[in-house]
Design a binder for this molecule. Structure first.
Ligand code: GAP
Length: 452
């Protein structure tokens, strides 16, 4: 990765149809984004790679897709109604609100202020005479619950109050017993899910990095309490390999950070973040690996009155399994892919995605658009390839401009149909990364792309 700025990433993402600001014609809506046509394709490919790595290549994992609306008691049991809060301070002049820990970190007072109590935050603000970004005095700190609320039903009162998912994984805990029984699973096993989460973040900035609606990619691994430490280490290694091998990120851009004692979420007995170097934002969390113990199953058993224990057929023992959680943010992974693979060269900008992630695997061009024979042959090759792969068509401008446009969206191969094609049924295949060209027989093209 080159030292690329967020501004360049945001600009390319919009210009080339990866990410659009939501509700743009109304002036946009803070920190909400739509994935455009190429962003959607990249998203699907990232999800496919994640699924292949975490579920399909293993025999101990299954995947579910849960609903966004859940019984409101779920969020009481999970601890979110009582404890899912950030600390805010208010600018006493403008009344803008800020996350207190972020202000302290951005002022360089502490590297990590997430675990400070209200009193400690007030003390730090006072001792350092910390002001708002507009230079005004700050209020005392207070807690602000992040759950997004709405009402379902014909009235709007306490009886119809529901929460949007504050973390996507809760369906997995509620469904774990049905999954285990219907799939006849034995410990250890894991349940994966890619699902939406919603958080009423006090401050949102940095493009896709912190938004109020986002997706999480979860693995929740259920095991015997005595085995949890070993599986925690195993999953940590797995997650490192996922970023550096499956996604192909440079090891220099990924690192681990353990949560301080007072920083851990209320459910975690141990917590490590995988951080990615997002350009000028520096290293920031992209995934959390949490040792949740039996907290979630204990809580849901207590609040629902239902037995969620697992019967160990070998020992005859009953217990609530321990859970190892790997919870990655999809939006952050998507953004990391843009940072990681963005490259500027003298005469071109390249997104050097691995072929499995690239929105289009190849683009097909007729050398000249005003030669009907070339166009017809190119169209037939385009149709042949798109039966199996996502392939782009381009017959505008000259070949150089077409290469430039495909490099910028990360297409690994450009296939040109020229006069020689009409003679010997070979085409020119130009490699995005090396810009070298070679001739390949049309009959071998589908296989050539399949192997990439
Ligand atoms: N179930 C565990 C859980 O929710 P978390 O650390 O709060 O843990 C997991 O969230 C991941 O979700 C984070 O590592 C991050 O990538 C992503 N995430 C959290 N809040 C986010 C936000 N406001 N915008 C984008 N991604 C977010």
């Amino acid at each position: 990765m080159q030292n690329v700025s967020m501004e360049k990433i945001v600009s390319l993402a919009k210009r080339r149809g990866f990410v659009f600001p939501s509700s743009e014609i109304y002036g946009g809506f803070a920190a909400t984004y739509d994935f455009g046509p190429l962003g959607f394709l990249l998203k699907k490919n990232i999800e496919k790679a994640w699924r292949r790595w975490n579920v399909e290549s293993r025999t101990d994992m299954v995947e579910i897709e849960g609903a966004i609306f859940m019984h409101p008691r779920v969020w009481e049991a999970s601890g979110h109604v009582g404890g899912f809060a950030d600390t805010l301070v208010e600018d006493l002049v403008t009344h803008k609100r800020y996350r207190a820990d972020h202000l302290i970190e951005e002022a360089g007072i502490m590297a990590s202020a997430g675990g400070l109590s209200l009193q400690e935050i007030n003390d730090v603000i006072e001792a350092n005479k910390l002001k708002s970004p507009d230079g005004n005095p700050l209020s005392k700190s207070k807690k602000f619950n992040q759950l997004v609320k709405t009402h379902l039903g014909a009235t709007e009162d306490d009886t119809t109050l529901v929460y949007l998912k504050g973390e996507s994984c809760q369906n997995i805990y509620l469904d774990y017993k049905m999954v285990q029984e219907t799939m006849r699973l034995k410990l250890p096993f894991g349940i994966a899910q890619i699902g939406k989460a919603f958080r009423n973040e006090i401050t949102v900035k940095n493009f896709l990095f912190r938004t109020r609606e986002f997706e999480q990619m979860d693995v929740q691994y259920f095991c015997r309490p005595k085995d949890a430490g070993g599986y925690y280490d195993e999953w940590k290694k797995n997650r490192w390999d996922f970023y550096t091998q499956c996604m192909g990120f440079d090891k220099a851009n990924v690192r681990w950070r353990q949560h301080e004692k007072n920083e851990k979420a209320f459910y975690a007995t141990d917590a490590w973040d995988i951080e990615y170097k997002f350009g000028e934002l520096d290293f920031k969390e992209v995934e959390g690996v949490h040792h949740r113990g039996s907290y979630d199953l204990d809580q849901h058993a207590k609040f629902s009155g239902k037995d969620l224990s697992y019967l160990d057929e070998e020992t005859g023992e009953r217990f609530n399994p321990y859970i190892i959680e790997c919870s990655g943010g999809f939006n952050r992974l998507f953004l990391a892919c843009l940072f990681e693979f963005y490259r500027e060269e003298e005469d071109r900008t390249v997104l050097s995605f691995p072929a499995k992630l690239a929105p289009y695997k190849a683009a097909v061009f007729p050398l000249l658009r005003n030669k009907p024979d070339l166009v017809a042959r190119a169209k037939s090759i385009f149709d042949l390839l798109r039966a199996e792969h996502m392939v782009a068509w381009d017959d505008r401008g000259n070949i150089g401009k077409r290469y430039y446009a495909q490099d910028e969206i990360g297409t690994p191969f450009c296939i040109t149909v020229d006069f020689q094609t009409l003679d010997d049924d070979t085409v020119t295949v130009r490699d995005r990364d090396t810009a070298t060209q070679k001739r390949v027989a049309v009959g071998e093209l589908a296989d050539f792309l399949r192997q990439r």
